[in-house]
Write a protein that binds this ligand. Structure first.
Ligand SMILES: C[S@@+](CC[C@H](N)C(=O)[O-])C[C@H]1O[C@@H](n2cnc3c(N)ncnc32)[C@H](O)[C@@H]1O
Length: 213
């Protein structure tokens, strides 16, 4: 079996990875953490750099990385197991369906590092800051939850600002040059695989923080 296929299969056997019936995942995740700590999500987590680093920094919170690609989640989930990071878990699913996992608004914070920009008009609905996703966040987030977006893509950055205005969301921070801004500290210094690649390509990293109310 090829490496990607092997990872896709193997990741589904990890005790910190949840997949399949979304209606029952919530209970399984709850059992895994076995506490009522606040929940923080990393959406489109890829290798899960934010999930792992934040989980180690904040042991009093639970971190969940979400991605539809199990082979990418494999990397972060394996690392979490090797390092015994017990407050980190992963869910293999489409973000669009997360309201089936979190039936009550429990999410305290969301990180969206370097989502696919989906530049074509026909795929705008796939952008993780499209109103379709904002409506999902409205269902699963606590009222004051903060949502952080990092991107290298100018179109996505401007689009997110437009959605924030149109949807009456609260803009907390925005910069089109994170590394030369006052916001470049603490968790914003965590680098993901895509961020490293974009920096290598000479791109400027943009950052937006907003809340739903
Ligand atoms: C460009 S990659 C970035 C990965 C990682 N955040 C990073 O910065 O290295 C975007 C990730 O989002 C995931 N993704 C995109 N849309 C998604 C959706 N609707 N549901 C779940 N995952 C999604 C993709 O599978 C991919 O792993």
């Amino acid at each position: 079996m090829r490496r990607k296929g092997r990872k896709q299969k193997e990741v589904r056997t990890f005790p910190n990875v949840f997949h399949g019936n979304l209606e029952t995942i919530s209970e399984s995740v709850q059992k895994y953490f076995n506490n009522n700590q606040p929940v923080v999500l990393e959406l489109g987590c890829g290798n899960g750099e934010y999930t792992l680093e934040l989980a180690q920094k904040y042991p009093d919170k639970n971190f969940i990385g979400v991605d539809v690609k199990g082979s990418r989640i494999w990397t972060g989930a394996k690392k979490a197991l090797n390092l015994s990071i017990i407050n980190a878990a992963f869910i293999i699913t489409y973000i669009d369906r997360l309201f089936l996992v979190f039936k009550n608004p429990v999410v305290e914070e969301i990180w969206i590092p370097f989502p696919n920009p989906f530049p074509l008009r026909k795929s705008i609905k796939q952008r993780l800051v499209h109103k379709r996703f904002i409506d999902v966040y409205r269902k699963i987030c606590l009222p004051k939850a903060r949502i952080h977006l990092k991107t290298d893509d100018e179109t996505l950055y401007n689009y997110a600002l437009k959605v924030i205005e149109e949807e009456n969301l609260k803009l907390i921070a925005a910069t089109d040059d994170l590394y030369n801004s006052e916001f470049y500290k603490d968790e914003l210094k965590i680098q993901t695989k895509y961020e490293i690649q974009h920096l290598h390509d000479g791109k400027k990293i943009k950052y937006i923080c907003f809340s739903l109310t």
